[in-house]
Write a protein that binds this ligand. Structure first.
Ligand code: DP6
Length: 326
């Protein structure tokens, strides 16, 4: 009797400075455009994968609760890819937990599928390099491709499964930035990212957003390289507004902002006009990610927490790669 094979991995979510929105291929999760992010240290998903010769079906246990349906199917997409490569038929038990609220604009799917890819590959005895793990994570969630490498990360859209993966553009130590996440809601969003990506092409603005992405990516990379916060703030806010303009003009339209989101956005603009290094970005949810230099994060978080509608502020610094824990 062969014994079960097990591995545990941890990954951070990431915040995109240049956003991924819309796929050229939904099945392979090949994105419409390149994107850029940094990993969020302090927030994590930890996942254990056990391939078990005695198991009859794949099981997913999230925070102690068994989950079925589309979440399990997405996990199985990654498990199936690992099994095919490893020549393994065994079913798996996947146990996972996050230390932050799920489905509320903090991308839990990114850390979840990055941790799953690393744990599943290790449990199956597959020796994949970072690009291979990033491609594997991408099958579960696009942004998860960016949570595999550490630091400041670029995901080149590519044209095929083989060339669509993320890599470290600059190490975390290059620039000590922080993300102060102003949580205005912890409710699950009405329309998830996967459905939203599929609607992107229905907006007349998506083609213009995608066509302009190389320019914004170059400006953001240049701002990071030169540690130019003013330029970074400008391009990050432009990029988030372009993505939300696409969301808001899709058919059906997606309006992720809440009143409190706008309160935070206006406050950040006012603070920047007073000379403070702060900039905001929002994912597919109402929470506002406020970027600032790490040594100003405590003060920024305190001021954010005092705004009406802000329930909690989480501070994350620039994080490292997904990694095995055992
Ligand atoms: C708005 O990676 O969550 O956060 O591939 O369907 O899982 P799926 O989508 P997901 O999309 C992320 C969209 C975003 C922007 C970004 O992180 O680039």
């Amino acid at each position: 009797m062969t014994s079960p094979r097990r591995a545990t991995a941890q990954a951070h979510p990431n915040i995109a400075l240049i956003k991924y929105w819309g796929n050229r291929d939904d099945y392979w999760r090949l994105p419409a455009n390149d994107s850029l992010s940094f990993n969020l240290a302090g927030l994590w998903t930890r996942t254990t994968v056990v391939f078990d010769p005695a198991a009859e079906a794949d099981r997913l246990i999230l925070h102690g609760q068994e989950v079925r349906g589309s979440a399990l199917q997405r996990v199985q997409r990654v498990l199936d890819a690992v099994r095919a490569r490893a020549g393994l038929a065994w079913r798996a038990q996947v146990t996972s937990e996050n230390n932050f609220p799920m489905a509320a604009g903090i991308a839990s799917s990114a850390s979840a599928f990055a941790a799953l890819a690393v744990a599943a590959a290790a449990a199956a005895g597959l020796a994949l390099d970072e690009a291979g793990l990033s491609r594997l994570a991408r099958l579960g969630s696009g942004s998860a491709a960016r949570s595999v490498p550490g630091g400041y990360v670029v995901w080149r859209a590519g044209a095929h499964d083989a060339d669509s993966f993320a890599y470290t553009f600059l190490p975390a130590a290059h620039w000590a930035l922080a993300d102060c996440i102003a949580v205005v809601s912890t409710q699950a969003k009405a329309v998830g990212s996967t459905h939203g990506h599929a609607l992107a092409h229905t907006s007349p603005l998506q083609a213009a957003r995608v066509a302009d992405t190389p320019r914004r990516l170059a400006l953001a990379q240049d701002a990071l390289l030169r540690r130019d916060f003013e330029q970074l703030a400008w391009v990050v806010e432009l990029d988030t507004h372009l993505m939300h303009a696409v969301m808001q003009t899709s058919q059906p339209p997606l309006l992720y902002w809440q009143a409190a989101s706008l309160t935070v956005m206006h406050a950040v603009r006012a603070w920047r006009a007073q000379g403070r290094a702060v900039a905001y970005t929002l994912d597919a949810g109402p929470n506002v990610h406020v970027l600032c230099p790490e040594d100003e994060a405590q003060a920024v978080a305190r001021d954010l927490a005092a705004l009406p509608g802000v329930r909690e502020v989480r501070i994350a610094t620039v994080g490292g790669p997904a990694r095995r824990l055992d």
